[in-house]
Design a protein around this ligand. Sequence first.
Ligand code: LRH
Ligand code: MN
Length: 388
Amino acid sequence: MTDLSAVKAALKAQEIETPSWGYGNSGTRFKVFAQEGVPRDPFEKLEDAAQVHAATGVAPRVSLHIPWDTVDDYAALAAFAADRGLVLGAVNSNTFQDDDYRLGSVAHPDPKVRRKAVDHLLRCVDIMDATGSRDLKLWFADGTNYPGQDDISGRQDRLAEALDEVYARLGEDQRMVLEYKLFEPAFYTTDVPDWGTSYAHCLRLGPKAKVVVDTGHHAPGTNIEFIVAFLLREDKLGAFDFNSRFYADDDLMAGAADPFQLFRILHEVVRNGGFAPERGVAFMLDQCHNIEAKIPAVIRSVMNVQEATAKALLVDSAALAAAQQAGDVLGANAVLMDAYNTDVRPLLREVREEQGLNPDPVAGYAASGWQQRIVAERVGGAQAGWGA
Ligand code: LRH
Ligand code: MN
């Protein structure tokens, strides 16, 4: 029988990192719908992130995105975060919004453009020194749109050269986590399109380089939990970007589109010891709330990850292993489905009560009056967004 106090302890110790850009305006190429009360600067984004942590108790970290979160004094931003019970997490580079990057950034044919891109990445490491962040999170939009447009191997050479220079700059306790994505904005080749390409670069680079699994970045039908199990077994899983999708990189709330997939992924995390702090796996959300209220959406997403985690922690691993060893196909599947079909909401309400929180974080946030306050106070100024 699963030890419930151990499950509760693990749930209380969970840390989910929320994305600063999830609190700002976002949309699609068709429209970005502005919302009242949206932050105007990184400080206000942190204030909103603090509300998510206050309501859930498990969201003490916030990812930054540069230049969307540019400030004059990053140490002051880190202090501002600390005063609100938060820690600044991964620093995301951005080499996908400058006119010079039309044909790519670190993989661009022109060495001048590559230099500009690498200098930005090095600047992000300087920022990590100031914020105390461990991870430089690298996602490259780099790729091509038409066969013949550029040399596939040549672009890999350029990418590798850039990664080498940045890897050499990393401090003792710093890492680079390399995110892959099948396509978009490039529609023929993407220079880091899949887990294998990221894994190969990270293996070549060294122990400070690990893979980011963004759950929205795979071809339809991809068994993401296989990738997770494989990377954990190789100690090369650095981080997750949790979100969900029905079609492509929809960036919807984690667990909203496919809660069973999120459970299967977190089952492999539990099975392969991925929650152990020394494994250093970062559990982050990477979402956009194009039409829904942003802070409640992040709270709901954190709850979805908690629920999937609780179910994964309730898997009777001894019974599962016994059925697997016995070749009992239906028996083994039933053990997993029993956990998945367990209503863990009462358990999580109990955990929150024991943490001194409102057992219903969404209701807790609504009762805080924060939403009314920011709508009333955040008038004027430019609302934060992707600046695209
Ligand atoms: C790219 C991505 C990446 C971030 C961006 C906000 O699609 O997943 O992680 O830089 O979204
Ligand atoms: Mn992502």
